[in-house]
Each structure stands twice: as C-alpha cells, then as structure tokens.
Ligand binder design. Structure first.
Ligand SMILES: Nc1ncnc2c1ncn2[C@@H]1O[C@H](COP(=O)(O)OP(=O)(O)OP(=O)(O)O)[C@@H](O)[C@H]1O
Ligand SMILES: [Mg+2]
Length: 355
C-alpha cells in the first residue's frame, strides 16, 4: 500500500505543454479515478506514475520514496492496459507467471502464487487455454492476474474495460471494486467515462487540459461542482447552463452581481409550477427519451434547450409545460466558470444580524 503524491509536475511533448503544475495526492489504499475528456493528459499522468514517462520537473512520490529517478521495474507498481497485451502463444498460466520467471522466483512458489491469484479472479478452469480462446472479460482477468501476481503497492489501470461490451463492462466494474476491497491496495484508474468513474471511484480527479478541475468523492463532484467544467462533465444529461443576464429578470433577488452563468441539474427541474419560490420558465417538449423508471426531455424555451429528467409517467412531445427550478438548486459561476456561493448560502448571509 502506498500514497502517491505528485508535486508541481510539468510535462511537455514536442514543446507543447500537456501537464502544467500538477499537484495531486492519491490516498493510500483508495480507488482513485482520473476522469476527463480525450487528450486531457490522463494516460500521460498514469505513465509518469508508472515511470514510463519522465516529468520535465516536479516531484513524484510513492509511499515515502521520491521515485523521479527510480526505473519502472523498481517502483512497485503494476499497470493494466486497455488492450491487455497478453502473449498469444503462451497459456493463461504462462502469461500470469511470466513476470515471476523473469524475476527467478522458484517453481514451487510460482505455482502457489498462480493458484492463489487465479482463484481471486476466477480463472481456475482456464489455466491451460490460450488467450485467443477466451472472452474479452476473461482476457481482462488474465491481464489483472498478471499484474496482481507481482503484489504491487499500486495498481495503475488505463481504460481497462473499454474493449468489453456494455454488460460485461458493468460486471467487471463490480469485480474490480470487489478486488480492490479484497486487496486493499491503491488503485489508480483512468477513464473518460463519467458513469464508470462515478460507479467505481471513491475519489474522482476531474481533469481538463492537463489541469485538475476538482477532486472529491462522487457526490461532491456531482452536488458541489467547483466549476462549470465539472458541472457539465459529470452527469448525463449534463447540467443546464444559462447566461445569467438572460434570466436575471426571473430571479427574485440578484445577489450575484458578478455571476455570469446559472446552472441546474436536469432532475431539479419540475414539469409543473405548483411551487412558488423559484424560477418559472415556459417551454414546449421537443424530444423525449423513455428509460422506464425515468424520462429525459429536451424542452425548448426562450433560453434555449433545457434538459429535464422526470420520474413520472412519460408526457407527449409538443406538450406545453412550465418548468420550475427552486432557488436553492441553482448553481452560480463567474466568467471563468468558477463556482460562486449558492443562492441558499447567500440568503443565510443576507439575514440581518439580530441581537
Ligand atoms: N508520446 C507522445 N508524443 C507527443 N504527444 C503526445 C505523446 N503522448 C501523448 N501526447 C499528447 O499529449 C496529450 C495528452 O495525451 P494523453 O494520452 O495523456 O491523453 P488522455 O487523457 O489519456 O486521452 P484519451 O482519453 O484519448 O486516452 C494529447 O494531446 C496527446 O496527443
Ligand atoms: Mg488515454
């Protein structure tokens, strides 16, 4: 087990800055997910932790060791890649114990380790098969077993499930979470899929353009996004975002002089206007997606399309509706997209002090 600390890390490729002044602490034993759009620098960050890529400057710590000059093989980390990278001519057993043979671990010990690990990942019946006779999920498990057998302090995984079909991916997510519980080792998991991040991560690191936008547990990044990027990257459909100047007339008070954007989650929009204290917007339903338990609508309003997530019986498209959002559900962001206090907080501050 080990905590990982990145201090003021910079990384350029061909004079292009990819990572700038990155400061990140990955808690010992946590399941931490690096999440962000394609090209934001997730893989680069992971490869620097693994030692496959050198930072231009800054410090990288694993446990109580600064590893800047420690080669990958001596960092006590194991990396699992998207494409498994198994040896096709070797059996499952040979693939798993390959690293141990390299390390000259005696045969008896090797066999014992293999048995222990295949049981953990459920591959007992496949030891003598070749990778090309296995399903995607089974291959992924071989890759995991091969990483596990080294008993690393840290597991690094780069989109390891993206080659699997939706159902198997769901299943493997649960398995990875269980595996993490069992091993208690630090897991660093890279994905661009926010659902995957939300369903697996204890700690989510939201990245954009090589910078950390927010780090927190799933509920923190969802309920209390620190910036407009995180607010819109997390959640499907994303948070609705309207320029404040356009709806200022609908807000009963206007305490956020410098706020530029107003955001609200689709599930915070009610399709009826019985409630009094809030923002009311007229609209017409233009599209609907029925998911069974919920329905997602796009409602055309004078402020553009607004996403609504509703848990009642589906309504028809072209229905005229009045949308309602409570003031306490509004998020305010400044011109740079940084969070400002919520409406409720401001009300509390506005209360005259009595005494
Ligand atoms: N070896 C390299 N040489 C030059 N540029 C590179 C190299 N590796 C990565 N880059 C560039 O660095 C940026 C970040 O790449 P990286 O692979 O870290 O992104 P990512 O967040 O993992 O994206 P994805 O979700 O698509 O995998 C990209 O613009 C990429 O083109
Ligand atoms: Mg990548």
């Amino acid at each position: 087990m080990a905590e990982i600390v990145l201090k003021r890390i910079n990384k350029q490729f061909e004079k292009r800055t990819i990572i700038e002044n990155l400061n990140l602490t990955i808690r010992d034993g946590s399941f931490t997910v690096l999440l962000g759009p394609s090209g934001c620098g997730k893989t680069t960050t992971l490869r620097m932790i693994a030692g496959l890529e050198k930072p231009d400057n800054g410090e990288l710590w694993i446990g109580d060791r600064c590893v800047n000059h420690v080669p990958p093989g001596e960092r006590d980390v194991a990396m699992v890649f998207q494409n498994y990278a198994l040896y096709p001519t070797m059996t499952v057993r040979e693939n798993i114990e390959f690293g141990l043979i390299n390390k000259k671990v005696p045969k008896r010990e090797r066999q014992q380790l293999v048995e222990e690990i295949v049981e953990t990942v459920g591959l007992q019946d496949y030891l003598n098969k070749k990778p090309n006779t296995l399903s995607g999920g089974q291959r992924q498990r071989v890759a995991l077993a091969r990483a596990m057998i080294k008993k690393p302090k840290v597991f690094l995984m780069d989109e390891p499930l993206s080659n699997l079909d939706a159902k198997l991916r769901m299943h493997m997510r649960t398995e990875l979470v269980e595996l993490h519980k069992k091993l208690g080792t630090t897991f660093v998991y890279v994905t661009h899929d926010q659902l995957e991040a939300m369903s697996m991560g204890e700690d989510i690191v939201v990245m954009n353009h090589g910078e950390i936008m927010q780090q927190g547990n799933p509920l923190q990044v969802y309920d209390e996004p620190e910036n407009a990027f995180t607010a819109q990257f997390i959640g499907t459909p994303p948070m609705n975002m309207i320029e404040k100047s356009r709806i200022a007339g609908l807000l009963p008070v206007n305490p956020h002089e410098s706020a530029v954007y107003v955001g609200f989650r689709p599930e915070k929009v009610a399709l009826s206007s019985e409630l009094a204290d809030g923002v009311h917007i007229d609209g017409v339903i233009v599209t609907r997606q029925v998911f069974g338990a919920e329905t997602v609508y796009q409602v055309q309003t004078e402020f553009g399309l607004i996403f609504v997530r509703d848990f009642l019986k589906p309504r028809h498209t072209s229905s005229v509706v009045q949308l309602f959002v409570a003031l306490s559900d509004l998020h305010f962001f400044d011109e740079q997209g940084r969070k400002m206090e919520r409406m409720g907080d401001v009300h509390a501050l506005d209360e005259p002090v009595r005494g």
